[in-house]
Write a protein of this length. Structure first.
Length: 445
């Protein structure tokens, strides 16, 4: 039993040790990770750096510090952007350490909160378990949001600032929500969308949860662009949430169940690729084999799934050139999705597509590889810390003098829209998903 632990906590110490200690012990504490860590840059605190967090995990796994009192806050304030993994000279698997720590913290916290009846945590748990895995419920919310935007209700809410009184972060993000398409324009699940030109590939499309609920236009444009580029596109009826939000809250068992449902949904389809258009979702799909490594039957299925999992920009770059019919005017810059870059390793393909757009001038942003601090629901849970990082990011955006800022993840998209909205020097910068730009220049509206 550890020096600072009770007998009841021993199980959690042992689990933390099993999940993280071997990987954490690989860290040589060199500090190469410090310059790429967004929380270390803004907070200037060793405990908010990858090196510091790893050290705290080791101490907690040895029972030398308390998991909840001394470790939980540091892990909770991590964005999980995984930039430290790329920078690490000895390949420390920070993602495994981070997610293992989250799992243990969450399991112990659940027991404590059930005793204390913590309503905030119960609301979050209910949202993750009763909402995100159910696409019909999410579409209902999306349809209500369309009604909210088109009925005048939104203007009343903004004028009275009701949402701000409930939650300042929600009030801020409500202002930058994309315009929701009419419910009747939504694509249908369980359907094949045939290639409109010469057929080149047969693929499946992973629609996600947030993307499907409130950014269905981007999904529709993705499907239509793939069709125009020669792809038959399946959308299975039983696809569900990827599980990323669950894993990032330490709900690993729930994430595993969602992964199994998605693997089953796609494994029956005779397709070359399973395509996604959201960096965060794609990273989760890309690591299903790691998530299910402890289950022999599912591990083999997960490996097959991962081989097929592709970001849409990889595929478009592969089957190009795109059938452009229009030109784009002005400078375009690009903010990397952390999980697309750091986990999936997709770096050059989006840039190649941007450079191929007629009339556009692509300009590389300084520090485009540094996180924007969206982090799933990080910007809702840690709004002030997120805005500190975002404000620094906006300096780099403005310095490009670009009129269009492009990204490839729904959370990043909303975060950067908010960054423009809150910065008086941003002017009229338009924030778009790369698919929106590609679709428009290919004549798809």
């Amino acid at each position: 039993m550890g020096k600072y632990q009770t007998k009841e906590a021993d199980d959690y110490i042992s689990l933390l040790h099993d999940l993280t200690f071997e990987s954490a012990n690989k860290c040589i504490q060199c500090g190469y990770c410090l310059p790429v860590c967004p929380t270390y840059k803004t907070m200037g605190n060793e405990a908010q750096s990858p090196r510091g967090r790893i050290n705290l995990v080791k101490l907690a796994a040895e029972g030398k510090i308390n998991i909840q009192k001394d470790l939980a806050e540091s892990i909770d304030l991590c964005l999980g952007c995984r930039a430290c993994e790329v920078a690490c000279p000895v390949n420390v698997p920070y993602g495994e350490i981070y997610e293992g720590a989250l799992e243990v913290i969450n399991k112990e916290k659940q027991v404590i909160n059930n005793q204390k009846d913590e309503k905030k945590d119960k609301l979050l748990n209910a949202t993750l378990t009763k909402l995100f895995p159910y696409k019909k419920r999410l579409r209902t919310i999306g349809n209500f949001t369309w009604f909210y935007q088109n009925s005048g209700l939104g203007k009343v809410v903004r004028k009275t600032k009701i949402i701000n009184r409930i939650s300042k972060p929600l009030g801020q993000f409500e202002k930058v929500l994309p315009t929701i398409e009419k419910p009747r324009t939504r694509y249908k699940f369980g359907k094949l969308f045939k290639a409109t030109g010469e057929k080149k590939l047969t693929v499946a499309f992973f629609p996600g949860c947030i993307m499907d609920a409130v950014m269905s236009k981007i999904n529709r444009l993705t499907i239509e662009l793939l069709q125009k580029c020669g792809c038959d596109v399946f959308i299975p009826d039983t696809a569900t949430c990827c599980g990323a939000l669950h894993a990032h809250q330490g709900k690993v068992e729930e994430a595993r169940e969602l992964a199994k449902q998605n693997i089953q949904a796609f494994e029956e389809l005779n397709v070359l690729y399973v395509i996604n258009n959201a960096g965060g979702c794609g990273a989760m799909l890309y690591e299903y084999d790691k998530l299910l490594s402890g289950e022999k039957e599912w591990y083999e299925k997960a490996k097959s799934f991962v081989k097929k999992s592709k970001d849409v920009h990889e595929v478009l770059n592969q089957i190009g050139p795109l059938p452009y019919t229009k030109s784009w005017k002005g400078l375009i810059t690009y903010q990397d999705s952390c999980h697309l870059r750091n986990v999936q390793g997709v770096i050059e393909e989006p840039r190649a597509l941007l450079n191929s757009i007629p009339g556009a001038t692509f300009i590389e942003m300084n520090n485009s590889d540094l996180c924007c601090a969206s982090g799933g629901i990080y910007n809702l849970m840690h709004f002030n810390e997120s805005m500190d990082i975002l404000d620094e990011k906006m300096v780099d955006v403005i310095n490009t003098k670009a009129k269009t800022l492009v990204t490839t993840n729904p959370g990043c998209l909303l975060q950067m829209k908010l960054g423009v909205d809150r910065n008086e020097h941003a002017g009229d910068i338009e924030v778009l998903h790369l698919i929106e730009v590609l679709a428009m220049t290919c004549g798809i509206e």
